[in-house]
Design a protein around this ligand. Structure first.
Ligand code: PEP
Length: 252
């Protein structure tokens, strides 16, 4: 049985004070289920310390939204894995579609980030997903397979709790049009099969979570599918009541 996993990706939102308030609001609401659900909050870099303080001792874990693969040096604006650990992070999101599409991150860059993060002891949420054009062209499986293969080939994962794969169809992110549970389950099952070919039996214990317009109204039906182990939540994670409700429903 895989433990449910819900992460909030706050993206480029929240100044320090409101970040602390939001984190405290979520922490207060989800305290009863943090044994059943892994809960991660991923604020922007500038709010990491404030959120770390707000969630201390609550069972909620801190995540970052990105990381660079080098340890130190002349990389203006970048943040190393060790810096994230130093700021209190246990998790990091890698390869979010907004980074792939807006910042032109390639599969190769995503892979370097995964290697560097795992080497530093961080836990990784790696995002994959197809565009609307790719979906309409019937290429979903080809695209997602390619991203998963590039992210995982040659990786040795002994502890399955250290890696989460987030299937985030790009057409569903921030649009209010989530994938149906059946659509998402089909892709999740495919991802598990490919992960199994690459990583072996451990793939059965890796969490594969869905992201794309998840709300308190659709989480339950998504989680009813056998290969959907949780959610990466964007917009709804900016409201303490919505995030709390999603986590509580995941814990049911
Ligand atoms: C995301 O950006 O990871 C995401 C899933 O966003 P939203 O929930 O707003 O679609």
């Amino acid at each position: 049985m895989r433990k449910k996993f819900v992460a909030g990706n706050w993206k480029m939102n929240m100044l320090g004070k409101e970040a602390g308030q939001l984190a405290r609001g979520v922490a207060g609401g989800v305290a009863s289920v943090t044994d059943e659900v892994d809960v991660v909050l991923a604020p922007p870099f500038t709010a990491l310390r404030i959120v770390a303080e707000a969630i201390e001792g609550t069972g909620i874990r801190l995540g970052a939204q990105d990381v660079f693969w080098e340890e130190r040096g002349p990389y203006t604006g970048e943040i190393s894995p060790a810096m994230l650990v130093d700021a209190g992070c246990e998790w990091v999101i890698i390869g979010h579609s907004e980074r792939r599409n807006v910042l032109h991150e390639t599969d190769a860059m995503v892979r370097k980030k995964i290697d560097a993060a795992l080497a530093e002891g961080l836990r990784v949420i790696v995002c994959v997903g197809e565009t609307l054009e790719e979906k309409e062209g019937g290429e979903t499986v080809t695209v997602v397979d390619g991203q998963v293969e590039s992210a995982l080939s040659g990786l040795e994962i002994r502890d399955p709790s250290r890696l989460v794969i987030a299937y985030e169809p790009i057409w569903a992110i921030g649009t209010g049009h989530n994938a149906t549970p059946e659509e998402a389950e089909f892709v999740h099952a495919t991802i598990r099969e490919i992960a199994g070919k690459i990583l072996g039996g451990v793939a059965d214990r890796i969490r594969i979570v869905y992201g794309g317009s998840v709300t308190e109204d659709n989480i339950t039906e998504l989680l009813a599918e056998p290969d959907i182990d949780g959610a990466l939540v964007g917009g709804a994670s900016l409201r303490a009541d919505a995030m709390t409700s999603i986590v509580l429903k995941a814990g049911e």
